[in-house]
Design a protein around this ligand. Structure first.
Ligand SMILES: *[C@@H]1O[C@H](CO)[C@@H](O)[C@H](O)[C@H]1NC(C)=O
Ligand SMILES: *[C@@H]1O[C@H](CO)[C@@H](O)[C@H](O)[C@H]1NC(C)=O
Length: 334
């Protein structure tokens, strides 16, 4: 309810900028059936475990400091209970205004322990992230899972089975690639949700990365002249999926690692082996935001992107549900 009443505060801004399309933000997270509503960017925040950003536009540039938790993300007041193996659903968009407007590019999920403090006090710029899930194109090789986000569907990620208890950030990220055929054109939409993992797991990640640090503007999955080429095999940016992977990860359909080794949780050495990019980069020497574009508020939809948006808007709720179930089946049967 409060979202609907607060959303109009954004409208005057949008009205001043003709041609601007709304992008969106992480509007809701559902953890094992409990809903947590995200705060509208810049609105007076209600208690939430989702870190509030101050702008629905994209983060631009792989060295942008906001790449860790989103545009000027603020600490959130709630740390939500969760467990190893919890099912977490992420709903993006701008509720009451528009669905998520993009359909091209991957969705990736990372976690990081809030070391030394609770997550409501933990600064994400020093977080040591490990990737638990990545989804790109569906088995048809052409449609991205991001299309489901555009259709108004939540994206479900199962947390790893053997997480050591403690406070963690979950960094669920959309990258929109509709402008990625220009260097610096990729649009990053990171989000951070604060959770407290219970239980008695013992797993620790075998490698971690920093944000910014884990991506490069030249990475093939970020600067991608071939992004609209049907059948192109997409190269996910960032580290490989960690030994602590989503318990239902299905990236094998997209050319990633088969998840089988990760499902068990496994016994891992509790080190941050330096194998991944940026693991040892101290936060203080992270690259500056020199490549940060300030054009975040004026992103254009590519025709291809917006055309299929319009078509998909016609799908009724039941159709969306069927579509979602089909994709869920496709993912889990792979
Ligand atoms: C985290 O630290 C960075 C660098 O010191 C600072 O710019 C940023 O505002 C801090 N973020 C939060 C949420 O306190
Ligand atoms: C961590 O484990 C994953 C999954 O087994 C593997 O793909 C990755 O290469 C490992 N990373 C390092 C640095 O050992």
């Amino acid at each position: 309810m409060h979202i609907l009443s607060l959303t109009p505060t954004l409208l005057p801004l949008l009205a001043l900028l003709p041609g601007v399309s709304a992008h969106g933000y992480l509007a809701k997270v559902t953890i094992d059936g409990t809903d947590y509503v995200g705060n509208v960017p810049n609105a007076k925040p209600d208690p939430s475990p989702i870190r509030q950003i101050d702008d629905i536009g994209p983060v631009k540039g792989a060295s942008n400091p906001f790449l860790n938790c989103g545009q000027a993300a603020a600490l959130a007041s709630v740390v939500a209970p969760a467990n190893s193996g919890s099912k977490v659903q992420f709903l993006w968009g701008d509720p009451g205004a528009t669905n998520w407007p993009h359909n091209t590019g991957p969705l990736m999920t990372y976690m990081a322990q809030c070391t030394g403090t609770t997550c409501d006090k933990f600064n994400g710029s020093t977080a040591q992230w490990f990737k638990i899930d990545e989804i790109g194109k569906k088995p048809d090789g052409t449609t991205w899972y991001q299309q489901d986000v555009m259709n108004g569907q939540a994206i479900e990620v199962t947390l790893p089975q053997n997480l050591a208890p403690g406070d963690y950030l979950i960094r669920h990220e959309i990258i929109a690639l509709h402008l990625a055929n220009s260097l610096g054109g990729a649009e990053f939409y990171p989000s951070c949700t604060q959770v407290r993992i219970g239980g008695s797991g013992t797993g620790t990640p075998n490698a971690t990365v920093l944000f910014p640090g884990a991506y490069n503007d030249n990475d093939p999955g970020i600067f991608d002249p071939d992004v609209f080429n049907p059948g192109q095999v997409y190269a996910f940016p960032g580290p490989p999926i960690s030994n602590l992977a989503s318990a239902s990860d299905s990236s094998s359909t997209e050319g990633g690692q088969a998840p089988s080794s990760a499902i068990s949780g496994g016994i891992v050495s509790p080190t941050n082996a330096g194998g991944s990019k940026a693991t040892s980069t101290p936060a203080s020497s992270a690259p500056t935001a020199s490549s940060t574009a300030s054009s975040g508020k004026t992103c254009k939809l590519r025709k291809q992107d917006s055309g299929s948006y319009a078509r998909k808007r016609g799908v009724d709720a039941a159709g969306r549900k069927r579509h979602f179930l089909r994709s869920a089946v496709a993912r889990s049967s792979s």
